[in-house]
Write a protein that binds this ligand. Structure first.
Ligand SMILES: C[S@@+](CC[C@H](N)C(=O)[O-])C[C@H]1O[C@@H](n2cnc3c(N)ncnc32)[C@H](O)[C@@H]1O
Length: 363
């Protein structure tokens, strides 16, 4: 699926890093674990549209409600609280791998493409010295990015790895998938020219370990690129005060922390890559509003898709993290999500995800 074309320039992906410093960071406790509350970062082109109301029907902006998807058959899995999770390395990843989660990943792929004006990467890999022959997509999910990349670069060999076998069967000839734990030692026979990893914050106990594996598996001059969100959710104004959405974001981080996953790690990616020995490390930022409350056609389209992503994905994101991590009963989680849903649908809470895009070169 191709993201809708937009003409609005006000909210375009920013060429420069908007904000790295996190002023006035505060911490508190939720469910026994420490959480972080962030003020809004300086944003570019994300202003509240005072004319927007609870309804998302903005002229020409599609309220995303279904995604066509072709899925491979179910392999091995476990079930918990009505959701399906991976069996290989059971319990390691906290989100489900069922059809509805796969659909959410497809939506996120399109969201990121829309945000990046159709680009699959921001690293300067076009015409790179030495050429672009071997590419790896870590934790590929449904493999959308890897398949699109393989189609866009037909002479490049693309491999995607994941804990879950949820990738489609019919692939471009230069694309393949392997079931693999990225935290284990990497045994790829050839060095990569470019390694890509998107939406990884919920994945690893140690991102440092995985990015070190990437460093060791790149050729000299090769690039690593990471595209992720920087939790917690932020609010452009005080509409987030005392909201269920704010509590949800804090509970998510606290539950992740209790399970050994630091969901705030996105903002440290640049620093981690520098520690490992990468050079020319560049961080860029963009924002995904949740809902159509922000001015500008592109923001409204992103926001409509992000809202759909949240409304269909809240349970997937929350259930295991809050039941396993915070000891909440599944009914309690569902009750909390009813309030979060209502706030998202109201369009009155001006929340957004800060998206971090980092790329770096192996010297
Ligand atoms: C949020 S999804 C992102 C998928 C994909 N990168 C995208 O952007 O659409 C995270 C994926 O990471 C996979 N994953 C989690 N931990 C992993 C690990 N240790 N090794 C490999 N894959 C992992 C999950 O199975 C899931 O498919």
């Amino acid at each position: 699926m191709t993201p809708p074309a937009t003409t609005d320039k006000g909210s375009e992906f920013e060429a420069e890093r908007v904000s790295a410093a996190v002023p006035n960071e505060t911490t508190g406790g939720v469910g026994g674990a420490s959480v972080t509350v962030l003020p809004p970062e300086p944003v570019h082109g994300l202003d509240v549209d005072n004319n927007s109301d609870a309804d998302s029907a903005v002229d020409g902006v599609e309220d995303f409600s279904s995604t066509a998807s072709v899925r491979s058959s179910v392999y091995d899995y476990i079930e918990e609280n009505g959701r399906r999770y991976h069996r290989f390395k059971e319990g390691q990843y906290l989100l489900p791998n069922d059809e509805s989660e796969q659909e959410r990943l497809d939506i996120q792929h399109n969201l990121m493409l829309l945000a990046l004006d159709g680009k699959l990467h921001v690293a300067p890999i076009e015409n790179m010295p030495g050429g672009l022959h071997n590419v790896l997509d870590i934790a590929t999910g449904t493999g959308n990015w890897a398949i699109d990349f393989a189609n866009a670069y037909p002479t490049t060999s693309v491999v995607g790895t994941d804990l879950s076998p949820i990738q489609p069967e019919y692939l471009p000839p230069n694309c393949r998938f392997e079931i693999d734990d990225a935290e284990d030692d990497w045994l790829f026979p050839v060095p990569f020219d470019y390694i890509h990893g998107r939406a990884l914050i919920t994945c690893f106990r140690s991102h440092h370990t995985v990015f070190t594996h990437a460093f060791n598996s790149l050729r000299s001059g090769g690039y690593l690129e990471l595209q992720d969100c920087d939790l917690p959710l932020r609010f452009i104004d005080d509409s987030g005060n005392g909201t269920a959405l704010g509590t949800w974001s804090q509970r998510l981080m606290a539950g992740g922390a209790a399970l050994g996953k630091d969901l705030t790690r996105g903002r440290r990616y640049k620093e981690i890559l520098e520690e490992i020995g990468f050079v020319d490390v560049v961080e860029k930022r963009t924002q995904f509003p949740i809902g159509t409350w922000a001015m500008g056609r592109k923001n409204k389209t992103l926001g409509a898709w992000m809202r759909h992503d949240m409304l269909t994905g809240l349970q997937a994101m929350s259930m295991a993290i809050m039941t396993r991590g915070l000891g909440m009963a599944s009914e309690e989680v569902d009750g909390h999500l009813v309030d979060v849903n209502a706030e998202i649908e109201s369009n009155r809470v001006h929340a957004y995800y800060s998206i971090v895009l980092v790329y770096a070169r192996k010297p």
